[in-house]
Design a protein around this ligand. Structure first.
Ligand code: HEM
Length: 512
């Protein structure tokens, strides 16, 4: 007995080691097709996990993916527990999303979906199949090009408010553009979605006032929670009494206080409670919330609340940061700025202001926005795919089940095949019938069925804001190119310094 026990222990140890070795061998065999793809040097056992975690901590994760794509080409693999295939050529990304999902070999990453749906409850971007379809169908009519065009007066008013805020700053004082754009974008989506008046401080009878700073802070907390969940945090962690989870619940409550009364009211209107209508503002009665609630009986208080939070988040930072990078890039390219300004001046004068016809003539402004998105793809990290059936990806080869497929949007935006002279800022490449031939691929609003529903709104909003800035002001970057280079990257990409500028009214004495 005394001799047997150590013998058994040794046997168990050997058995365990053999099992682990066998499993490692099986895994190696399973993922062998990926080993022929380039891969950055990694550590034994840990692979690339330390490098990835360090980049996430420094808020430079997308930069890391981009640096690797520069070094290892348009399809490379890194290992972080599981293999992750990173694509950085627009054609490869589109084909993986569209063909891969159509064939059923790739699905949207379950981890990302869980992270989206656990932010406040199931939402459009986190859903699939029938659950996604009825949601998307109910919102689509509110975001077509035609229905978005009807918001031109609102967008003009919102951008005029930004100009007013700039004008209030003492002459020569630096002013951060990004917070101004954030406020504008949030007020716009809150007006459209919830019928909250655009004007800061204005009351509405349907619920509390919008406090932009508080709401933005709460959205940031939810966004960071999404990011933690997407990178491996368990859903139950939010129930632990930690500072992070307390902040999460506080942020949720804050947004719910703003939104829940309006959602409840919209649902009561759906039930035909005519008595409720008296005293409601026209803005609220025309809001997307009321129209969607009326159209889609499957929404209840909880699900509509979650969706409203999603739209508020999705519609704020994305457009705002794009505008900041556009203004920053223009400041560094006076030749481009002069050409775009000329387009704005001519269209403005010909059409007597920011009319629909004037907006229609601003192709180069739209080119600036697309070119900015190509170089600063603000929504780089919203999703990834998972291989669930063995597949053969175009330009990559065989990809085994269990591989995560993701992309470097910065890498894709600098792909010389898709965008000749990729490092130059050339908005003309987006002109209809432009110098480079047919329009290049535009993947920064996503691809496939989940492509951004707010694309028309974002494009129109950014066009109106840039046109106003170009028409009425000139600006210079306080921190020069550093404002564009020094980015923070977590869920989105944004300028770390808030894009401070010195702005002057055009034509003022001493101004160019
Ligand atoms: C420059 C601005 C914007 C950019 C770059 C952008 C980018 C994207 C991208 C890449 C996706 C696809 C995500 C995926 O496949 O999972 C997406 C989806 C989405 N976007 Fe945007 N977006 C912008 C503005 C907006 C605005 C203004 C709204 C609000 C109306 C919005 C609402 C949404 C929603 C709700 C989805 C999910 C759609 C679905 O899953 O069917 N976005 N966006």
């Amino acid at each position: 007995m005394v001799i047997l026990l150590p013998g058994l222990g040794l046997l168990a140890l050997l058995g365990g080691t053999a099992l682990l070795a066998w499993r490692a061998w099986r895994r190696r065999q399973h993922f062998a097709p990926l080993r022929r793809l380039p891969s950055p040097p990694g550590l034994p056992l840990l692979g690339h996990l330390p490098a990835v975690l360090a980049a996430v901590r420094r808020k430079r994760f997308f930069q890391l993916l981009h640096d690797w794509s520069q070094a290892y080409g348009p399809a490379y693999v890194y290992w972080a527990g599981r293999p992750v295939l990173v694509l950085s050529r627009p054609a490869l990304i589109e084909s993986a999303i569209v063909q891969g999902m159509r064939s059923g070999c790739l699905i949207r990453s379950p981890a990302m979906r869980r992270a989206w749906n656990d932010m406040r409850g199931p939402i459009l971007i986190g859903e699939e199949g029938a659950e996604w379809q009825w949601r998307r169908r109910s919102w689509n009519p509110g975001f077509t090009a035609a229905s978005t065009a009807a918001h031109l007066p609102l967008l003009e008013q919102a951008s005029a408010q930004v100009l007013e805020r700039i004008a209030q700053a003492p002459a020569g004082q630096a002013i951060a553009l990004d917070p101004l754009f954030v406020e504008m974008a949030m007020r716009v989506i809150a007006t459209l979605m919830l019928g909250i008046p655009l004007q800061a401080g204005a009351e509405s009878p349907e619920g509390p006032r919008l406090d932009v700073a508080r709401a933005y802070q709460a959205m940031g907390v939810l966004g960071r929670r999404f990011f933690r969940m997407a990178t491996g945090e368990s859903p139950w962690m939010k129930y632990l009494p930690t500072r992070t989870s307390l902040a999460y619940w506080a942020a949720r409550r804050q947004l719910e206080d703003l939104l829940a009364p309006r959602v409840a009211l919209a649902l009561r209107l759906r039930e035909g409670n005519a008595g409720e209508e008296a005293g409601l503002s026209p803005l609220f009665r025309q809001s997307l919330l009321v129209r969607i609630a009326a159209r889609e009986p499957r929404y209840d208080q909880d699900s509509l609340l979650a969706e409203t939070i999603e739209f508020l988040i999705a519609g704020t930072d994305t457009t705002a940061h794009t505008l900041s990078f556009a203004a920053g890039t223009l400041a560094l390219h006076p030749d481009v700025l002069a050409r775009v300004r000329q387009e704005v001046d001519q269209a403005w004068e010909r059409h007597g202001g920011l009319t629909p016809a004037c907006i229609g003539a601003l192709d180069l402004v739209r080119g600036v926005i697309r070119e900015t998105l190509r170089l600063f793809s603000v929504a780089s990290g919203s999703t990834a795919l998972q291989v669930v059936k063995p597949t053969h990806l175009e330009g990559v080869g065989r990809v085994p089940v269990g591989t995560t497929v993701t992309w470097s949007m910065q890498g894709a935006g600098r792909d010389p095949e898709a965008y000749p002279r990729p490092l130059e800022f050339l908005p003309e490449r987006w002109l209809p019938g432009g110098p480079e031939g047919p329009a290049p691929p535009m993947i920064d609003f996503g691809s496939g069925p989940h492509r951004c529903i707010g694309e028309h709104l974002a494009m129109l909003e950014a066009t109106v804001m840039l046109a106003q800035l170009l028409r009425h002001t000139t600006w210079e970057l306080v921190n020069g190119p550093a404002s564009l280079e020094n980015q923070r990257q977590n869920l989105l990409i944004y300028p770390a310094d808030g894009m401070p500028v010195r702005v002057r009214r055009r034509g003022e004495a001493g101004w160019s």
